[in-house]
Ligand binder design. Sequence first.
Ligand code: AMP
Ligand code: GLY
Length: 441
Amino acid sequence: MKVLVIGGGGREHAICWKLNQSPHVTQIFCAPGNAGIAEIATCVAIIPNDIQRLAELAIVQKIDLTIVGMDEPLSCGIVDYFKSKGLRIFGPTQNASKLEWSKYFAKEFMLRFNIPTAPYACFDRREFAVAYAKSQSPPIVVKADGLALGKGVTIAQSFEEAKTAIHDCFDGKFGNAGQKVVIEEFMKGQEVSIFAICDGADAAMLVSAQDYKRLNDGDTGPNTGGMGAYAPVPFATPELLGKIKEEIILPTLHGMKQEGNPYHGILYCGLMITEEGIPKVIEFNSRLGDPETQVVLPLLDEDLFEICWAVTEGALGKYKDGLHRLGGAALCVVIASEGYPYSYKKGIPIDFHKLNEPVEVVSGQNPKALESILKAKGIIFHSGTARDADGKLVSNSGRVLSVTALADSLIDAQVLAYKLCERIDFEGKIYRKDIGDKGMV
Ligand code: AMP
Ligand code: GLY
């Protein structure tokens, strides 16, 4: 089978890496891909929103299955277009992915189907939004309605800050995404990302993960695309996961089907588990998370191709009672460029050669053994890399590498991931030093 993956970040590298292990898959194409993906797939320089050219590629290359990693092509209707051409594709239609691309739609939908989420109000006039914000006590959560690369949410600690966030939206800081604004109640609790693979009626859940969205240690600094993740999340017990399925995932599938937009593909539930232990929806996304995918897929003990194929057949039945997963834990640290998420340089050389040097002797440990663990259990997914004119590996984006480690315990995965990060030479590299800490308290 020939598979085409759409996207070019760490998430898509992890998807290609997992597909590459399937005996069904003979060739992987990725558009546009990156330098890491190019080691296992044929990368084609087509931008993910150029749906027509992507469909042409799928026809010419006789692609058997296309898997969409990113949100934007879904919101542009890539699934509808591919299907209209008779091409098999994994992901929700444009109408179904509205759960992600319109926060206003998602909130109204949750209200209609009694799915737990924060109380909210929605505005398309700035003066009404400002007046409403004034009536609320901080923290006030202000969200641009549409897609904003994960940066359209402000948790305002004062009315003044909320007002600025509202003006930013209506002044076009997020383009069209900010022409409607959702203001909602602040929820206290612990966050968890749950990915449900959906076939329109049923769902199979992947292992729970936690994402680190803020730039700096201790969850400070600006929001980013995601600076790290780990899985599984200790407080996501089987009871809690059962509750999430019964109260959030299945009612969502039922509602979408009832409204004529059956949901196929990944339903990403960004959840707050409140202090009372109640799961509430922060947001829905219509694809896997980045960097959560870089920890979730390495723990999946199933054939990803078979799962995606089953979804396109509308036949997830075999997986309904759960997906097998490996024991232990996975942890991913994102290495970003200095200046991210604002301005940063591209084209900085990346050097991995120190990964092969023997490690320092740690008392009580056999250095050779540690070295072999480092190699066997570390996976470096590329988030934004390219080759320069001389073929050397260089940075090509804000988030550059996703350094994943697998181990029997979360603490061991953390030690391994940070050892790998230290050994990667990349001028101006920045990364958080506390990924995984929240899973160990
Ligand atoms: P979103 O893009 O909607 O996932 O929001 C980005 C981040 O803002 C989330 O991961 C949460 O940390 C935070 N957030 C969003 N909405 C709320 C809320 N109603 N209460 C508390 N935190 C929130
Ligand atoms: N890690 C957050 C996201 O992918 O939206």
